[in-house]
Design a protein around this ligand. Structure first.
Ligand SMILES: [Zn+2]
Length: 200
């Protein structure tokens, strides 16, 4: 966690209560906070919501919370059934401009399985930004990437932490087994999107 906080350039993470209104929607923190301010005053505070995933890695997701007039910080965006969220304030002066940003990920376990999972997740974000109006064929590519993420995540959860055995049950290390297959597939899909959507 210390490493993640150093990437986010703020040493302090805080637990916030999640208190929503009837209009609050999941994944719509920016709109939820704007509406809250419209109704009750206060301010928006930019930062990240921190997700601890299976105790294997962290994802820092761009997030906005509400500061009430009395100065209390409240997360006004629902997250499943949780009543509390972990929040790190952005101290850099960053302002939301409507663009989606990828999560920042950090794992203390540097297996190639986890590294590749992060790469595939980044790839999915890049592609998702490009395709609002996709043909069935492009949607298939997105589903392939989602399938790979699902496969790697489920497998990493089973082998956990420092183990790096391949998902295919060969008993061989992932690096010597299906790593090339995964990376070749994802890179081929990225190339395809580069060609047709001039993805960088
Ligand atoms: Zn394999």
């Amino acid at each position: 966690m210390k490493e993640l906080l150093s990437i986010l350039k703020n040493p302090i993470s805080i637990k916030l209560p999640i208190i929503c209104d009837e209009y609050s929607l999941p994944l719509e923190c920016f709109k939820n906070v704007d509406k809250k301010i419209e109704n009750q005053g206060g301010q928006k505070v930019y930062g990240w919501r921190i997700h601890n995933v299976f105790n294997l890695w962290y994802e820092a997701e761009r997030h906005t919370v509400w500061r009430s007039k009395s100065g209390q910080l409240i997360d006004v965006t629902p997250y499943f059934h949780l009543s509390e969220s972990e929040f790190v304030e952005d101290l850099s002066g960053w302002v939301y401009n409507g663009m989606r940003e990828d999560n920042i990920r950090f794992s203390p376990y540097s297996t190639s399985l986890i590294k590749d999972l992060f790469f595939v997740k980044e790839s999915l974000t890049k592609i998702s930004e490009l395709i609002n109006d996709v043909s069935d064929k492009e949607a298939d590519y997105v589903n392939i990437i989602r399938g790979i993420i699902d496969l790697l995540e489920k497998h990493i959860l089973i082998v956990a932490k420092d183990k790096n055995i391949c998902y295919c049950k060969s008993g061989i290390q992932y690096d010597d087994c299906h790593q090339d297959y995964i990376l070749d597939n994802v890179n081929a899909i990225l190339e395809h999107f580069k060609d047709i959507y001039s993805l960088k």
